[in-house]
Design a protein around this ligand. Structure first.
Ligand code: UTP
Length: 305
């Protein structure tokens, strides 16, 4: 499918979802099950991301996976035998759930043969872009940013400031070394509270070297120029090709880069602690499971251990 760019609300046709990481923080579950397929209540994380991409108005989702993680793609295939069985048995709610993922967005597979880093994973998407695409969205499936809609805020900001717009969260100082950290300047734009100009970016700095408490948050709107930078970077933190280093290169060249500071929740589905919180958060809002879970948690928390 190649819809013209004008058919896309925010001129974003493609969302790149890098999902080729090894998921070592979630072993042993991720020995055979890709972390992107672990359910948040009943829906795999990758489908939650796909619905966010579709809500942004994108029509293609490039999923970058490892050779042994092809099941992530299979979640977006139709399953006619199961659909026929559910239809025959009158299970219409379940049928609707099975059909949801394939109908959300066109999922396009790209294989990253070896985990050479997030920057490398993103660079592989270039071959799948159409000529009319000036910007590409990158959404990390480990990161749930709630409430959904931050990508629209970023796209709106991009209409006024151009260049690349990224999402940031403010974290306590002692946590900055886990993230890509921004060096920022204020911007006077009453239309976008939380908008800041980025003048530098560094991956996983020591606490004393971190230029701010604003950290990269798994949502990026990147000018197509990013692919030139990705071709030039060399292995950085952890010996991997880092997206952060390519963004830092764009900034050094004078390319406008801004952040929107997200004022809401963020869950890291890539480790059990963050994943459990995401499940609790989603389940508490679920009409079927929420009321019972709330009663259980209230009673459970009043016990000693
Ligand atoms: P992470 O470092 O959080 O994911 O990468 P990981 O490598 O799976 O984590 P560990 O092993 O538990 O530490 C951030 C995102 O980049 C993707 C990951 O799948 C994740 O979505 N990624 C990372 C790739 O696609 N390829 C890579 O080579 C590295």
């Amino acid at each position: 499918m190649n819809l013209p760019i004008a058919d896309h609300k925010w001129s974003v046709k493609t969302v790149v979802v890098p999902a080729a990481g090894m998921g070592t923080r979630f072993l042993p579950a991720t020995k055979t099950v890709p972390k992107e397929l672990l359910p948040v209540v009943d829906t795999p994380g990758i489908e939650v991301i796909a619905s966010e991409a579709a809500a942004l108005g994108a029509s293609k989702m490039i999923i970058v996976t490892a050779p042994k993680k092809q099941g992530v793609l299979a979640h977006f295939d139709p399953y006619p035998e199961l659909e026929a069985l559910l239809e025959e048995r009158g299970k219409s709610a379940q049928l609707e759930k099975v059909r949801r993922a394939p109908n959300l967005i066109e999922a396009i597979p790209v294989t990253q043969e070896r985990p050479l880093g997030l920057g490398h994973a993103v660079s592989l998407a270039e071959a799948e872009l159409h000529d009319d695409e000036d910007v590409v969205a990158v959404m990390l499936p480990d990161d749930l940013v709630l409430p959904q809609g931050v990508m629209e805020t970023m796209a709106k900001a991009r209409e006024s400031v151009g260049g690349s717009v990224l999402c940031a969260c403010e974290v306590p100082r002692e946590e900055v070394s886990n993230y890509g950290v921004f060096e920022v300047e204020p911007v006077d734009d009453p239309a976008t509270p939380g908008l800041k100009k980025v003048i530098g970016m560094v991956e996983k700095p020591a606490v004393e070297d971190a230029p701010s408490n604003y950290v990269a948050t798994g949502r990026y709107l990147l000018d197509r120029e990013i692919f030139d930078a990705l071709r030039k970077i060399t292995p950085g933190a952890g010996g991997e090709l880092q997206l952060t280093d390519a963004i830092a290169m764009l900034i050094d060249k004078g390319h406008p880069v801004h952040i929107v500071v997200h004022d809401g929740a963020r869950h890291d589905l890539g480790n059990p602690g963050g994943y459990i919180r995401a499940c609790v958060d989603f389940a508490l809002r679920d009409p079927q499971y929420g009321p019972g879970l709330r009663r259980y948690l209230t009673a459970r928390l009043s016990q000693e251990d």
